[in-house]
Design a protein around this ligand. Structure first.
Ligand code: ATP
Length: 338
């Protein structure tokens, strides 16, 4: 049985379809990331699961129980948002116990649960401090501890790292990954940051225009993007898309029936001495471990990621071939064909 089942959930806002018949199954203890650009419907779907928003049609089940119409407090979920309001006038212990006291849990149990959640997040030493006396990363952990203290069936997190500066964000990302692995609570996590999704998820649900366009393990999403949108959204630099048949031939690949567009990752283009597709480097960026070359072929942009040495100069002509097995093919509608 799935911990979260979303069945044909639709949401309309005054004639605008924010969600178009979404189906999604999240397994018990799974870490699922909803990933997509701004406006694709991630937050709306999360809010419907939480009970903060009502769907136009469809069902939400948590541990097999239909949640339609139930208020958030009756769903046994916990939420961590980007503005993870940690109350400044309360101690950390009071902050962590807040949800439990709202549920009228007895003081003895509150104390036990606060200690347990604080231990999970390694913040026992901060319990008597006030929120103003701890760092951003520590506040983040307090917010997660407060969510876990109520022992939810499902943990919902909406861009919980987006308020942190870049360095702390990276640090908290790997820390969060370790902590949540140990806790093993089913988690649904919303982000528009593809590296965050890749690093944290067991499975990524990629959303685009109110639909889930792919739901797979991070490596599958990367290696076999289900649509050209996914290939372009995930990966930095993104996947190349080439429609010129002459370019395909020169790269050493041929389109199968029904396919027109070649999708190939920049790191799957190998430099060769002879043959291959000859291109002129327009811009070369040295990134330390690698260099990124931008070239143009028949008005299409071609990005090549290659080892740092030998250095390639701007305007230099280079020859590339597709690494065997790396070509993906898309039909005219942008769907994976092979
Ligand atoms: P972001 O990453 O920017 O938060 P998102 O993927 O979470 O984006 P949603 O906030 O779910 O996107 O919004 C999905 C669509 O629904 C958008 O087009 C948005 O403008 C619209 N929308 C969201 N909430 C409302 C509302 N209360 N009334 C009308 N339209 C809304």
């Amino acid at each position: 049985m799935s911990a979260i089942s979303i069945r044909s959930v639709r949401k309309e806002f005054k004639g605008h379809q924010a969600l178009k018949a979404i189906d999604l199954e999240v397994r018990d203890q799974e870490f699922c990331v909803l990933l997509g650009p701004s406006g694709c419907g991630k937050t709306t779907l999360m809010r419907i699961i939480a009970g903060l928003e009502t769907q136009t049609a469809g069902d939400v089940l948590i541990n097999g129980k239909r949640m339609n119409g139930l208020p958030p407090r009756k769903r046994n979920i916990a939420m961590v948002f980007q503005n993870y309001a940690v109350f400044p006038h309360m101690t950390i212990a009071e902050n962590i116990g807040f949800g439990l006291r709202m549920q009228k849990v007895g003081e003895e149990k509150v104390r036990t649960q606060v200690l347990r959640a604080a231990a999970l997040m390694h913040i026992e030493h901060l319990l008597e401090r006030f929120a103003g006396q701890i760092s951003g990363g520590q506040r983040q952990r307090v917010a997660v501890a407060r969510a876990l203290a109520v022992e939810p069936d499902v943990l919902l997190m909406d861009e919980p790292l987006s308020n942190l500066d870049a360095l702390l964000r990276l640090e908290m990302r790997s820390e969060l990954k370790g902590l949540l692995r140990d806790i093993r609570t089913t988690t649904l996590y919303v982000t528009h940051d593809q590296t965050e999704a890749m690093s944290l998820a067991d499975r990524i649900a990629v959303m685009h225009g109110g639909e889930i366009v792919q739901y797979d393990a991070p490596s599958t999403v990367y290696v076999r993007p289900a649509t050209t949108f996914v290939g372009g959204f995930i990966g930095n630099p993104p996947m190349n898309f080439l429609s010129s048949v002459a370019s395909h031939a020169a790269l050493g690949v041929r389109a199968p029936d029904g396919a027109t567009v070649l999708g190939i990752r920049p790191e799957d283009l190998d430099l060769v001495e002879q043959g291959g597709l000859e291109v002129s480097a327009k811009v070369v960026e040295m990134l330390g471990a690698s260099q990124q070359v931008n070239a143009r072929v028949n008005d299409e942009l071609l990005r090549i990621s290659t080892s740092a040495l030998p250095a390639i100069a701007a305007q230099q002509r280079v020859r590339v071939r597709a690494r065997p097995g790396a070509a993906r093919w898309y039909d005219a509608a942008g769907r994976l064909a092979a």
